[in-house]
Ligand binder design. Structure first.
Ligand code: MN
Length: 506
């Protein structure tokens, strides 16, 4: 079962030996990042590296310091009296614990059951219909009377962002950022709620900036408020039920309430309470809630920020967020995260989405057996796709279908392989690229929309994409030669040797 509060989740991690307390004082500027970055690139206690091989950037933890990939609880961060927790979701074990599943594929099956063939044909249509069905069930959010756990202490005049242990992640960052807040907004006319995860740069005791991209649901809500000439009420919620950070990052279609999705993941409705100074409701069991309004007109130069691409995203004008209150439970814990060169915590949140959305992707592109978003591709730069090839140029059909499917459309490089290739094994995929591809015959370049964080794209959010067909080639695909068979051992011998392995003295 997923956990009701961040503290409950952390208690279980500590019991399992998967949380390290750091009592030594640390600087919120850069030092927390440098420690966390080393730990996120270290093996887990079981000696397991994220990619199954050595971590990105070389063999073992850098600078000769060894660590174990655990959640980190910093007890003394700068002058703040509050502890900070980071890397909480930064391993497969921890994200599965947070989502209450044995493995991410079993969670994908649960989601897959929502999506039946008689449902609408579009990717998002199916998910929306599925979510409508569960709304009828017991997973709808419930408004509770009175104050929530997150409102044991209410600060209005004395609310001060500098009392929180907010970190500066990287040397070139524009300042300190809240990086792991669930941002709650509501549409002024439809009343539809949204939870997103956007970074928030701190500019003063009660002043911050909201960084959201044009297409984010939060930005859409903000524009609707601004059109009415009204400030947009907004709550930054920190901690809460262990499914919340994931629900906030899942690429749900607009109009689907992440509260409902979180309820589905929890198996029961999320408990909400009314905010103290703004007309919004927030999950009752959060650690900290920052209430306020986004100014419809005023902006500020926000950024730069060391992003999940491994590069800084540039500074730009973003709307101002005026804080009206900070509420929190007694003895709250401040959760945060860093992004940068992988692996970081966001890799595992991304993997959860990769697995959970496989049944939906299969619904619109039934040719796909499985896929993998490799760590080096930081979500949008590269995808490996496995198909059961049935006719010439089948791989090309699949490429174009994927480039038309939801957020997968932003994938810059697609590699398609046959069904006998292990799509989750980078070396196996690259072996088949190197071996099976004639560059002129087997690559395709198309123009289209790209991730707006892609700094290599010739225009912002637009450029070209590469498809590589690494399947074995059939006649009719421009090859006139016989394709050789690939070497594999016969199954009987494999079985026999496996059975007798100990007997050989190994
Ligand atoms: Mn949304």
């Amino acid at each position: 079962m997923p956990f009701e509060t961040l503290s409950d989740f952390l208690r279980e991690l500590e019991r399992k030996g998967d949380l390290r307390r750091i009592a030594a004082p640390v600087d919120p500027v850069l030092e927390v990042t440098e420690i966390t970055d080393r730990i996120s690139k270290s093996p887990t206690a079981a000696g397991y590296y994220p990619s199954g091989t050595a971590p990105f950037g070389g063999e073992g933890p850098k600078h000769g310091t060894r660590g174990v990939n655990q959640a980190l609880l910093f007890e003394k961060v700068g002058t703040s009296g509050l502890p900070l927790v980071i890397n909480t979701y930064g391993s497969f074990d921890r994200i599965c614990l947070a989502l209450g599943c044995d493995n991410l594929d079993s969670l994908a099956e649960k989601i897959g059951e929502l999506v039946r063939p008689e449902l609408p044909t579009s990717f998002m249509g199916k998910l929306k219909k599925g979510m409508d069905l569960i709304k009828l069930g017991s997973c709808s959010p419930k408004l509770m009377g009175g104050a929530g756990l997150c409102q044991e202490q209410v600060l209005t005049d004395s609310a001060n962002l500098y009392d929180l242990p907010i970190i500066q992640c990287w040397p070139g960052d524009g300042g300190k950022y809240i990086t792991f807040g669930q941002i709650i907004t509501v549409h002024p006319q439809t009343g539809v709620r949204n939870i997103g995860m956007y970074r928030v740069q701190v500019f003063g005791e009660k002043l911050a900036a909201m960084h959201w991209h044009m297409h984010h649901d939060g930005a859409r809500h903000f524009r609707a408020w601004a059109k009415l000439g009204k400030p947009c009420p907004l709550a930054i919620t920190l901690g809460g039920p262990s499914v919340l950070p994931y629900a906030a990052t899942a690429p749900l279609p607009p109009g689907i309430d992440e509260h409902l999705f979180a309820g589905f993941l929890m198996g029961r409705g999320l408990e909400l309470v009314s905010c103290k100074t703004i007309p919004l409701q927030v999950p009752a069991n959060c650690e900290i809630v920052i209430e306020g309004y986004v100014d419809p007109e005023k902006t500020v130069l926000e950024g730069p920020f060391g992003d999940h691409t491994g590069f800084y995203s540039l500074a730009d004008q973003y709307p101002i967020f005026n804080i009206t209150a900070i509420t929190h439970r007694r003895n709250p814990i401040y959760p945060t995260t860093i992004v940068g060169k992988p692996p970081q915590e966001d890799y595992y949140l991304g993997k959860a989405t990769e697995r959970i959305f496989l049944p939906l992707l299969k619904m619109i592109v039934p040719d796909i057996i499985d896929y993998d978003l490799p760590m080096f591709g930081v979500f949008h730069n590269c995808a490996f796709i496995k198909i059961r090839k049935e006719y010439p140029y089948h791989a090309r059909k699949v490429m174009h279908a994927v480039w038309g499917a939801g957020q997968m459309a932003w994938t810059k490089m697609l590699i398609v392989v046959d069904e006998d290739v292990d799509v989750h094994n980078q070396d196996d995929v690259l072996f088949h690229v190197a071996a099976n591809v004639d560059p002129r015959r087997d690559t395709v370049i198309v123009d289209g929309p790209l991730d707006i964080l892609d700094h290599a794209a010739p225009a912002l959010g637009a450029g070209s994409k590469l498809g590589i067909d690494a399947t074995r080639k059939w006649s009719g695909e421009g090859t006139v030669r016989d394709w050789p068979a690939e070497i594999t051992m016969d199954p009987a011998t494999v079985e026999k040797v496996t059975r007798r392995w100990k007997e050989y003295g190994f």
